[in-house]
Ligand binder design. Sequence first.
Ligand code: GFP
Ligand code: GFP
Length: 829
Amino acid sequence: TSGERTAKAERMFELMDGFLKNDPLSLQKDILDHVEYTVARSRFSFDDFEAYQALSHCIRDRLIERWHDTQLHFKRKDPKRVYFLSLEYLMGRSLSNSIINLGIRDQCADALSQLGFEFEVVAEQEGDAALGNGGLARLSACQMDSLATMDFPAWGYGLRYQYGLFRQVILDGFQHEQPDYWLNFGNPWEIERVHVTYPVKFYGTVEEEILNGEKYKIWIPGETIEAVAYDNPIPGYGTRNTITLRLWAAKPSNQHDMEAYNTGDYIDAVVNRQRAETISSILYPDDRSHQGKELRLKQQYFFVSASLQDIIRRFKDVHKDFNKFPDKVALQLNDIHPALAIPEVMRVFVDEEHLGWNKAFDLTCKIFSFTTHTVQAEALEKIPVDLLESLLPRHLQIIYDINSYFMEELKKRIGLDYNRLARMSIVEEGAVKSIRVANLSLFCSHTVNGVSKLHSELLQTRVFKDFYELWPEKFQYKTNGVTQRRWIVVSNPNLCALISKWLGTESWIRDIDLLIGLREYATDISLHQEWQMVRRVNKMRLAEYIEATSGLKVSLDAMFDVQIKRIHQYKRQLLNILGIIHRYDCIKNMAKDDRRKVVPRVCIIGGKAAPGYEMAKKMIKLCHAVAEKINNDSDVGDLLKLVFIPDYNVSVAELVIPGADLSQHISTAGHEASGTGSMKFLMNGCLLLATADGSTVEIIEEIGEDNMFLFGAKVHEVPTLREKGSTIKVPLQFARVVRMVRDGYFGFQDYFKSLCDTVEGNSDYYLLGADFGSYLEAQAAADKAFVDQEKWTRMSILSTAGSGRFSSDRTIQDYAEKTWGIEPCRCPL
Ligand code: GFP
Ligand code: GFP
């Protein structure tokens, strides 16, 4: 019996003296075993990459132990669980993060060094897992770390793309995209669960069946594809809890094969297999909208259907009564991409569990919460009805049913206001009849979250105004946060040690509010010295990286001024570049003697442009063209350098952020829903030059305007400025720098023309001209502050000290309490 087997296992466990050990000698033995038996290299001869592979497997073994214990504990306790549904996760590297969360960094470094390897070098061998585009995806990764650390019974669900976000290669200053086949050398951080497989259906027809005298709809699918689970254990810090990120891969179902072999059509069978696999083959790059793309819709449904089968299976393992479902399950929709989960839950409840429409709908509305990450209306996906009808015929019917119920409810509230009914309807009539996914999510979720205070206000007063007026109680906000484990402990070990030393504790790594204790020492001279030293070492590391990637030598005495994020018009990298041109122009026109007063700068820009986003690609080229001119101008020397860091990703950010003095977050007010890069810089003591947009508004509340460089139009001023258009008085310097680009001062005159057109007169939608004056003033204030290193260091310390509110631990605590209604479930040691 299983009882006897458990008893035997426990005896064996005692004989073996417990599970895996973490002292350097045991680690060494395990590393060598993995070199020999997993990597199949000789223990007497292996290289850095093989050492990485072996160490990773060694850590993976330890993660699996904890993971099993955690899952078993959850199973026994059966708490309410949260399921985080997201189409994107930007995990980056896993080795260092796992080792730190397991608390065995030093032991691993020792073990390696005795074998003749250096930990940092070995960790560098790992490639990034880039299953996401930008902010939303990295936020998901940070939140997983917090969910694990805070002992919440949580699961992440997503897709295991074979190709992650494209690699950016720069040739002649132009971006080229190359596929990122990240699984090429294997991925030790995932565990294939061949036994966790679900069929996912597509196409076909809907028919009726009669069961016990009742009529039911049944969906007869035209195609079935298998979803296979790949589990990625996510360890918490300072806890044994290790949760699951379950990613689905598409595999052809076996029936598929059988048929083909019977007809002897062997080639077709193989081709069909490959067709099935394409569903999880590639991450869609952020091209603003994927409307009408069948593969995209297939991906969304595939991941939602497999996840829900898994979630409902887990519930039914223990419970029979679906009335308990909302007490045990919270489903979090990370943006509108997983919104098909709503009609899918309805379909399962009504067609398979036979709960009846009303009961099913009541339960559905109790389990979903929805977070939106944008203010851009064009990012709100719509599904053409034709497409949905062919791919998921039953779901279309269900959405229509939900909508007619919704319209009835609405009429009771607002009467026959047809314009408003049409605006709010889930179904959009018009040339292409389509489903408004956002409206479906708004109506069926119990909570709608924004990602910062300002964002939430904009949702309420602009984007979702109609909904807010009727259901104000649904609207909440949870300001984003980032995990200090990744963004200080892993990426800035020297600062981490310094903070712990001055606070006299490492507890801030779990309890970020303790950082505020640094305020007390903000003027302490010895802290200043140590702080500056740490920052200088980080700058050195960054300078080495710049030299290695671009061949450019930069001076450590210069201010390192960084803007790294996706390239977007609203993020205004162009404003930054035009500002750099202005600085260059000033230096050129200065008397030689005056040049001594210039504060030297190294301007660093990095980010990817979506493959189809022409203006973003032009900004990248402009950056290179300007860099070419400036960096080769002997008049300028070390006073100004411009560097574009290629292939920006999570691990590049880990290197750049600790080395930055100043960072720019300069979106046109009202466009950045939150922004999370700013939080990472803030934690690392980098000063911010920013507009009052997204979460920056809250950063101001925490550290005060005096400790940053603010500029630009405020959100409420933007509409008026746009109306004024070409009548706005734009500074002369602005006209001058745009003219330099237009006149071909940096070459490529024809190519840059359309880019220049976007910032002049009535076309300047993102208000670069209007903000240019105050941007230059803020830059001048930054120069001035930098000269006074004592002041700068104080501001830097106060930035770190004030960053506590921007930990994802705080975000997750808020979600757990106010949105999901879940509690910690800590696995005993
Ligand atoms: C159970 C077990 C896990 C196991 C999974 C998948 O978890 O250890 O990994 O099944 O086989 F507890 P649930 O998915 O039922 O939570
Ligand atoms: C989006 C928003 C950001 C926000 C993140 C996370 O980022 O303002 O900080 O989501 O909520 F635009 P992207 O995924 O678009 O980069």
